[in-house]
Ligand binder design. Structure first.
Ligand code: FE
Length: 203
C-alpha cells in the first residue's frame, strides 16, 4: 500500500532547556496588551466569546515587541524543518512571518473550526496550558470527498481518522499548512490558556 499526499503537522519543544523566562515575559506582555487593547477586547467580545485575541487589532506583535520578535527568531529553525519535510523550494524566496497575535482563553471559551486564508504556513506557540485544557483538533482536508466511505473503526490508527486532537503543553510549537482546518474545544478550567498564533507567507 502506498501512502501519497500526506498532511503534515509539525510539533516540537521551542527550545531545549525549557522556555520559562520567555513564557513569563510573553504572559506579562500578553495580559498588559489585553488591558490596553480596548479595540481588541471589543473585537473579541463579538468574535471570540469568553476569550481575548489580538487577531482583530494587534496582529503584527513580532513588529511591536522585542519579546515577540525573540519568539519569531526562535521559531525560524522549526519553520525551516517544516519546509524541508515538505520539500518546498525556497531558493531566493523567504518564508516570512506576516502575522503574529495573542490568544487568551478563559473558562468556556471556544475556538471554532477555521483555517487561515491568504497564508502558506500557520502555527501556534503555547505559553500557558493549564491541566485539563484541550489540545488542537485537526480535520482531514479531504472530508468532503469521502462520499460513501464507511465510518472508521474505534481502533482506527491516527493517520486514518478524520479528526485528530494533538495534546499541547507550554513551550511547544505546532506548525501546519494554512489550509488545514482546526479548532480548540471549550476550555474547561478557570486558569487561562494562553497561546501565540502566527502566519507565514513566501510571496
Ligand atoms: Fe488557527
Amino acid at each position: 500500500m502506498h501512502e501519497f499526499f500526506p498532511t503534515h503537522v509539525y510539533t516540537s519543544v521551542l527550545q531545549r532547556g525549557g522556555s520559562r523566562d520567555l513564557n513569563r515575559q510573553l504572559l506579562n506582555e500578553g495580559r498588559q496588551l489585553r488591558a490596553d487593547d480596548a479595540a481588541g477586547r471589543r473585537w473579541s467580545a463579538k468574535n471570540y466569546r469568553g476569550g481575548y485575541t489580538s487577531y482583530g487589532s494587534s496582529h503584527k506583535l513580532h513588529r511591536m515587541s522585542p519579546t515577540f520578535q525573540d519568539l519569531e527568531r526562535r521559531l525560524k529553525r522549526h519553520v525551516k524543518a517544516f519546509a524541508e519535510a515538505v520539500d518546498w523550494d525556497l531558493t531566493d524566496r523567504e518564508l516570512a512571518m506576516t502575522d503574529c497575535w495573542l490568544n487568551i482563553m478563559s473558562r468556556y471559551a471556544v475556538h471554532g473550526l477555521h483555517l487561515h486564508p491568504l497564508s502558506t504556513l500557520s502555527g501556534t506557540y503555547y505559553v500557558q496550558v493549564p491541566a485539563g485544557s484541550p489540545g488542537i483538533k485537526f480535520e482531514d482536508p479531504r472530508l468532503d470527498r469521502y462520499m460513501a466511505a464507511p465510518p472508521r473503526s474505534g481502533h482506527a490508527r491516527p493517520k486514518n481518522r478524520p479528526w485528530v486532537t494533538l495534546p499541547v503543553v507550554a513551550g511547544q510549537v505546532v506548525l501546519f499548512e494554512s489550509w488545514l482546518r482546526h479548532e480548540v474545544a471549550s476550555h474547561p478550567t478557570a486558569a487561562e490558556r494562553v497561546s501565540v498564533s502566527f502566519n507565514y507567507n513566501w510571496f
